[in-house]
Design a protein. Structure first.
Length: 164
């Protein structure tokens, strides 16, 4: 059985943002009270039709929706309420390809690439790299934050990074 990955939807107020990078790019903000087939031009608060993810889901940090193009290190950030582009297809240096979904925590957004490199951005309207960290282990799983700890599941090991 083949499963086509579909990024998870994100709830924003009284709407949900659904996204796909499979066979075309699409991000649509759909009011929760919508009914019927929305089609390509149906009711939606806003639509964005380029640079959406294939495997990773988007992540919401405040009012900003972060996602990468297909599985590539090309970042787009939208205002989640309006769909307005805040950052448009900016290449993230030092990372190559993503399967893991990004994580937003403590005013930062974490992107973990398939080689085990994590790039940490300050949440906001510009790309501000806080740090880049490298594990010697491939990572396809999404990072998980619990309290002040970050868990990363590599191909060989489970990592716990954090403070007391």
């Amino acid at each position: 059985m083949t499963v086509n990955p579909i990024p998870s939807p994100v709830r924003v107020g009284d709407a949900v943002v659904c996204m796909s990078g499979y066979r075309g790019a699409a991000a649509v903000s759909i009011p929760l009270d919508s009914r019927g087939d929305l089609g390509e031009k149906g009711k939606g608060s806003w639509r964005h039709t380029s640079g959406t993810p294939y495997v990773p889901s988007p992540v919401l940090s405040g009012d900003l929706l972060y996602f990468t193009s297909t599985n590539e290190p090309v970042l787009t950030v939208l205002d989640a309420k309006t769909g307005k582009v805040v950052i448009d297809k900016e290449r993230l240096a030092g990372v190559r390809s993503f399967y893991a979904s990004p994580l937003a925590a403590a005013g930062r957004v974490y992107f973990v690439d398939r080689s085990g490199t994590t790039i940490v951005l300050k949440s906001g309207p510009t790309v501000e790299v806080v740090s880049v960290n490298k594990l010697d282990d491939p990572v396809d799983a999404s990072p998980v934050a619990v309290g002040k700890q970050l868990f990363l599941r590599g191909e060989k090991y489970l990592y716990c990074i954090g403070g007391k």
